[in-house]
Every structure is written in C-alpha cells, then in structure tokens.
Write a protein that binds this ligand. Structure first.
Ligand code: ATP
Ligand code: MG
Length: 224
C-alpha cells in the first residue's frame, strides 16, 4: 500500500470503499496492528496526547468465526463480565430476539453451521459490540449478507450504540456511505479520494462515477 495518509477525529464514522482486492481489509489490519508497517507510521492520540501501542479495537472480521457453543456464550466470549441484561440488549439490538429461543441457549454448531449467513453475522456483530471499552470499532463488510432494509435498520442501531466511538466501515459497495463523516476511496492499494459525501460528489471524480454507475445517487441518506 502507498499514498495512505489520513486522520480520524474522535467519534468519526469512517467508510473505506473500493473494489475487491483494492486493499481495504489490509488497511484496517494495519490500523489494528495486525501487520507491521515498513515505512511511515500510525499514531494514536487520546485527548491530544500521543499514546504508545495500539488502542483497544473491536474488530468484525470479513470472515469471522463462531464457536461451537450457544449464541449467548459466543457473545460473552471476550467479555465475560457482561451482565444478563447487557447480553439481552445485544441480542435485541442485533435482531436475534426472534430466533427460536432455544438457539440462544443451545449450541449453534461449529462456526455457527446451524445458523443462516445473516444470523451468523448478527452474532458476530453482537460479540464485537460486547467489547464495550474499545475505542475503535472496525466492521469489515458488516451488511453484505443482509438485504438493504435489514442492513439500514441494523446500521442505524449500531451507529446509535457507538455514537461516541470511532467506527470504521469497510464496504465494497457504496450503500449508506453518504451518511458517514469521512469516506476514503481505495484503488490498487492507494487512497484515490478522501472527503465527506458532499465533497466527493461535488468533486465529480471516482466516487461520483461509482455512485452514478451503481445507480445510487438518488438513494436517500440513512437516518443517522
Ligand atoms: N496476507 C497477505 N499476503 C499477501 N497478499 C495479500 C494478503 N492479504 C491480501 N493480500 C492481497 O492484497 C490485495 C488486497 O487485499 P485485501 O484483502 O486488502 O482486499 P479488499 O479490498 O479487502 O478486497 P475484498 O473487497 O475482496 O475483501 C489483494 O490483491 C490480496 O490478494
Ligand atoms: Mg476485504
């Protein structure tokens, strides 16, 4: 990757978009400290003071893994202090409440094989949100296995829940990016455009072209 240079202010909702293989997941793995960087640096600040090390990050992987236990246990796996009410809240928030009750208590099979793709994703989401003290939340293709309306509802709930946190949403399409504070467009491992939705649309560059070609320029903003 090269030409990567940007700042993310507190509470920022950031979208990283770009074609398949453009480097989106790689970029967030660098942010999360999962890969070493060869040149340049990534600096983390807390209240204007530079902090050593990588801050606590809660990360929804593009291809996550669920354990062969109940939904509740999967949600609590990285935060055992979570109260029963908090688990119930996450089950509700992530739209898992309507599942057969037994599902939340009984095993969901190796890597959630007894769940649908969308249900599995919701459990992975609940687990990410269960990490309440993270300062950065990364969602790699949160909504790609969901239909558009379900995706919009879920995204709005997540944004409300994480109102005061930095959130990074990786997306291969442009859906809902118009509601984000900052949009980064990646192409061939480089940032080709960066700005707010209005800035990028006014610029009439690559993002604008992608918006037009996906027929999304008339899509209303999600209500966040
Ligand atoms: N660990 C790795 N080692 C070497 N190359 C890698 C590695 N991971 C990814 N790549 C390559 O780097 C490029 C960017 O991959 P990346 O996973 O960041 O793409 P992406 O933008 O997230 O794509 P997608 O939308 O398909 O998830 C691809 O060409 C990929 O094959
Ligand atoms: Mg990816």
């Amino acid at each position: 990757m090269s030409n990567i240079n940007f700042e993310v202010p507190p509470s920022c909702k950031l979208a990283i978009v770009g074609d398949t293989g453009s480097g989106k997941s790689t970029l967030v793995k660098l942010i999360a400290g999962l890969y070493p960087i060869s040149t340049g640096e990534i600096a983390y600040y807390y209240k204007n003071h530079r902090k050593e090390g990588v801050p606590k990050i809660s990360y929804l992987l593009q291809d996550g893994y669920l354990f062969d236990t109940s939904i509740k246990n999967n949600i609590k796996i990285f935060n055992e202090k979570l109260s029963e009410e908090e688990v119930e809240h996450l089950i509700e928030l992530c739209g898992l409440k309507n599942l057969n009750k037994a599902y939340t208590e009984e095993t969901i099979g190796e890597n959630g094989k007894y769940l649908s793709g969308g249900e599995k994703r919701r459990v992975e989401l609940a687990r990410v949100l269960a990490n309440k003290d993270a300062s950065i939340y990364i969602f790699d293709e949160l909504t790609s296995s969901l239909d558009k309306n379900t995706a919009r509802v879920l995204l709005n709930k997540v944004l409300k829940e994480l109102n005061n946190k930095i959130c990074i949403f990786i997306k291969h399409n442009l859906e809902f990016t118009e509601g984000m504070d900052l949009i980064i467009v990646i192409k061939d491992g480089r940032i080709v455009e960066l700005g707010s939705y209005e800035e990028l649309m006014n610029k009439k560059g690559y993002y604008h072209m992608l918006m037009l070609s996906s027929g999304q320029e008339k899509v209303h903003k999600a209500d966040f």
